[in-house]
Design a protein around this ligand. Structure first.
Ligand code: G3P
Ligand code: MG
Length: 274
């Protein structure tokens, strides 16, 4: 049902928002994905106090001023799960991008430095506000649940994500995914009406098609190097859509479209032609 809403052409999925040109997993990156993609992918985790926040890494260092703020707040570590929502909301998750090299947006002439500076700083989004935003724009989301490495925390994340989707009435707009397939099972157990997709990056599961059927997924999301013609043919024959991450090379995008993949995740949604 989830994929029935899309036109019959490969989907462009903006990876962490328009990540090549804007700071990933921010409302700014999401806003600039509008009109450039069919769906936005974002990553979610739990704050120490159980709020669902949008952030990719376990550690805050790469994409925020976490190190400076940790010092100010007297926090010993940079693990996201050790910070409360109030503490996380004080982070600037945008300005780091100005120092990113290469500074793609600027180099490509898509934005001026002044425009970019005007977009900073960015606050870490919570899932609730992204769901409300996506609903207002009728834009589908692929919400990737990150594995915390702790079973209890993962259960808590699955429960919280499902609750947010149900409360916001966005179940038809959201595709959940995870590399940890137990997290998918936990979501499906709570809300079988919400679509899920299995992420895979190191080899396919044994007996892949029966495995995916038993898992109850609506799609398979393999890493690019795992994908060839035989795989796409097998999945399509089984009626399982295949969306491939992360594909930024235009030549490879065309190859995958020719193989018949259903979608690609890309950091450059703007420059995809299909
Ligand atoms: O969901 C596709 C892709 O986002 C998975 O890898 O590390 O970018 O979250 P990662
Ligand atoms: Mg992701």
């Amino acid at each position: 049902r989830f994929f029935a809403r899309f036109p019959d052409r490969p989907l462009i999925i903006a990876h962490r928002g328009y990540r090549a040109c804007y700071p990933e997993n921010t409302l700014c990156a999401f806003a600039h994905s509008l009109g450039r993609c069919d769906m936005i992918e974002l990553d979610v985790q739990l704050s120490r106090d159980g709020e669902v926040v949008v952030f990719h890494d376990d550690e805050l260092g790469r994409t925020s001023n976490g190190a400076t703020l940790a010092h100010e707040l007297g926090l010993p570590a940079l693990r996201l799960g050790d910070w409360s929502l109030a503490q996380l909301r004080r982070l600037d998750v945008g300005s780091w991008f100005l120092d990113a090299d290469p500074f793609a947006a600027l180099a490509k002439g898509l934005v001026s430095r002044d425009q970019l500076l005007g977009l900073m700083p960015q606050r870490i989004p919570i899932l609730r506000e992204v769901l409300a935003w996506a609903s207002a724009h009728d834009l589908p989301l692929n919400v990737e649940l990150k594995d915390s490495g702790q079973e209890g925390r993962n259960e808590q994340l699955a429960a919280a994500v499902v609750a947010e989707i149900q409360a916001s009435g966005t179940r038809d707009l959201v595709l959940l995914s995870s590399f940890n397939h137990d997290l998918l099972r936990a979501c499906r157990q709570r809300a079988p009406e919400i679509a899920v997709a299995a992420l895979q990056e190191e080899g396919h599961p044994p007996d892949m098609i029966p495995y995916l059927r038993a898992l109850g997924v609506q799609a398979y999301h393999p890493e690019d190097t795992l994908v060839d013609a035989a795989l796409v043919a097998a999945l399509r024959a089984a009626g399982l859509p295949v969306n491939v991450f992360t594909v930024n090379d235009p030549g490879r995008q065309q190859q995958l479209f020719a193989l018949g993949v259903n979608g690609i995740f890309t950091d450059f949604p703007d420059s995809c032609s299909r």
